[in-house]
Design a protein around this ligand. Structure first.
Ligand SMILES: *[C@@H]1O[C@H](CO)[C@@H](O)[C@H](O)[C@H]1NC(C)=O
Ligand SMILES: *[C@@H]1O[C@H](CO)[C@@H](O)[C@H](O)[C@H]1NC(C)=O
Ligand SMILES: *[C@@H]1O[C@H](CO)[C@@H](O)[C@H](O)[C@H]1NC(C)=O
Ligand SMILES: *[C@@H]1O[C@H](CO)[C@@H](O)[C@H](O)[C@H]1NC(C)=O
Ligand SMILES: *[C@@H]1O[C@H](CO)[C@@H](O)[C@H](O)[C@H]1NC(C)=O
Length: 463
């Protein structure tokens, strides 16, 4: 739960505060500084607790009824007053929590010609398919508080290039063959027009790589590995859906694992019809590609044959609802299922993971070594099940055991709105949502920023 979450110990926070308060009022400084973190966390706890209480799977802005909290703890009361008492508590609290938690992060967004990004939006799917976080993050940043128009005060530089929107007319999947050259051209442009790339050799520049093998920009793992991360991106920070716990050439770069994009509107629409605590008529559900005889494609089998095994073993099992065809209403199936299987495809990650969490179906992750997004916000062990690929034939027994023991505990954890919020990208950044988690991750990398290193130099010369 929220209460147990501790802010990461981070000297950088105090460094930043100290630096900022040099120019502030000295009397207020010590008291404010001393209790700042404490006040912040009490308030955040309150915030999330209240939003948990008041959100009954509705759209309602969770911030709107904070004042309803009946705070019995006097310390908390003072703390919450300190942060929330205002004629406009929503805006004030947003700004203060954001600034404090995000360490006054500042991001400059390059204004690239439309051929790098917005031209692609003429295809409506560009901003809605599973790789669309490249669009969503850009969009949310444009209106966010962390945006700065002054590159000299920026900690990070966001380079908005959409590479996943050239949809093949044959199979409907995006062709990303042009990704490397488009990105190279964007880097060429910003490094010649601005001084900031050369100044840091790209260290404080941020890119999104939202398709199969992330920063390797290829859909097949063997080619992706052979190509590796493009040389010109190797110093930068990559926000990528691909992540594994072991060493892998496609994450051999500073990176943040992000969730795949699922339209929040589609989730809300589904939840209106099928609330998370509604009837779950399907026991274990999977819809997707399952090959009876998977092909050996240069030494690799789709899903490492896990999906084939699921099909062979459980297609005749009444507890399992397995479907191989595409179906647009599949979100309603997730919302009506108890367990949702999330086996690997070519890559370990899957949009089903986000959909299952958002729709309250316990995700059953079958993808050895997968590194999941935002572990500081989502306690994956408490809200999902992980089954080793080699045990996939025992799935029936494993799920049966969970259903008899801790299923309700897992569901209770899973249905905390905070979890869902962390995995969805909204058009405008909302406290705790996926873009906000990206910002939080970046705030943890301020030592990479040119401005950040200036702050620490300042501190060193002080002491
Ligand atoms: C808050 O709680 C106290 C006792 O704990 C009670 O007397 C009071 O009526 C409550 N206030 C509200 C607004 O619920
Ligand atoms: C889009 O992909 C096709 C291959 O499917 C490729 O021929 C074409 O050059 C790509 N378009 C751009 C603008 O990169
Ligand atoms: C940055 O470095 C490149 C390669 O050395 C050079 O071509 C470019 O002009 C430099 N950019 C600026 C703004 O000086
Ligand atoms: C798959 O094909 C590769 C050659 O591409 C071969 O070396 C390997 O033995 C094959 N694996 C299986 C399980 O058939
Ligand atoms: C639920 O039980 C399973 C299997 O016994 C275990 O692996 C998992 O960690 C448990 N989860 C929680 C949240 O208790």
């Amino acid at each position: 739960m929220v209460e147990q979450k501790r802010p990461p110990k981070n000297r950088g926070f105090y460094v930043r505060m100290k630096f900022l308060h040099k120019h502030g009022r000295p009397q207020e400084k010590s008291c404010f500084h001393k209790y700042y973190k404490w006040v912040l966390w009490i308030s955040l706890t309150l915030y999330f607790f209240t939003s948990y209480l008041i959100s009954n799977n509705t759209h309602s802005k969770p911030t709107s009824s904070l004042t309803k909290t009946n705070v019995t703890n006097s310390k908390s009361a003072i703390a919450s007053r300190a942060l929330f008492e205002s004629t406009n508590p929503t805006a004030l609290q947003q700004v203060q929590i954001n600034q404090a938690l995000l360490k006054n992060l500042k991001i400059f967004i390059y204004d690239l010609p439309p051929k790098y990004n917005t031209d692609w939006l003429t295809n409506q799917r560009c901003s809605n398919h599973l790789f669309a976080s490249e669009v969503a993050i850009h969009r949310a940043l444009l209106t966010s508080d962390v945006r700065t128009f002054d590159p000299y005060e920026a900690d990070f530089f966001f380079v908005p290039v959409y590479v996943s929107c050239n949809f093949s007319t044959v199979n409907g999947f995006p062709a990303i063959g042009h990704a490397r050259s488009l990105l190279a051209s964007a880097v060429q442009r910003i490094s010649s027009e601005y001084t900031f790339w050369n100044r840091s050799r790209g260290f404080d520049h941020v890119f999104v790589a939202s398709h199969d093998f992330g920063a390797c920009f290829h859909t097949m793992e063997d080619v992706a590995i052979a190509d590796g991360v493009p040389e010109f991106l190797k110093n930068s920070i990559i926000l990528q859906t691909f992540g594994v716990k072991h060493k892998h050439p496609c994450q051999d770069v500073e990176n943040v694992v992000i969730p795949p994009y699922i339209s929040p509107d589609s989730i809300w629409t589904t939840l209106e019809k099928f609330p998370v605590d509604g009837r779950r008529e399907f026991w274990a559900f999977f819809r997707g590609k399952m090959e009876v005889h998977p092909k050996n494609i240069s030494g690799r089998f789709y899903s490492r044959r896990v999906r084939t095994m699921i099909l062979r073993k459980f297609s005749g099992d009444r507890r399992f609802y397995l479907q191989r065809q595409r179906f647009t209403g599949y979100q309603s199936e997730i919302a009506r299922s108890m367990f949702c299987l999330c086996p690997l495809g070519w890559a370990p990650w899957s949009p089903r993971l986000v959909e299952s969490v958002a729709l309250g179906c316990v995700p059953v992750i079958i993808a050895d070594g997968i590194r999941l997004p935002f572990p500081s916000a989502v306690d994956w062990a408490e809200i999902s099940l992980t089954v080793p690929e080699k045990d996939v034939d025992k799935l029936g027994k494993i799920l049966e055991h969970v259903a008899m023991t801790n299923l309700t505990t897992i569901q209770r954890n899973l249905w905390n709105p905070r979890t869902k919020r962390a995995l969805l990208f909204n058009n405008q950044v909302q406290l705790g949502d996926a873009t906000w988690q990206v910002l939080l991750a970046l705030a943890g990398k301020l030592d990479r920023s040119y401005r950040g290193s200036r702050v620490s130099r300042q501190l060193m010369s002080d002491t």
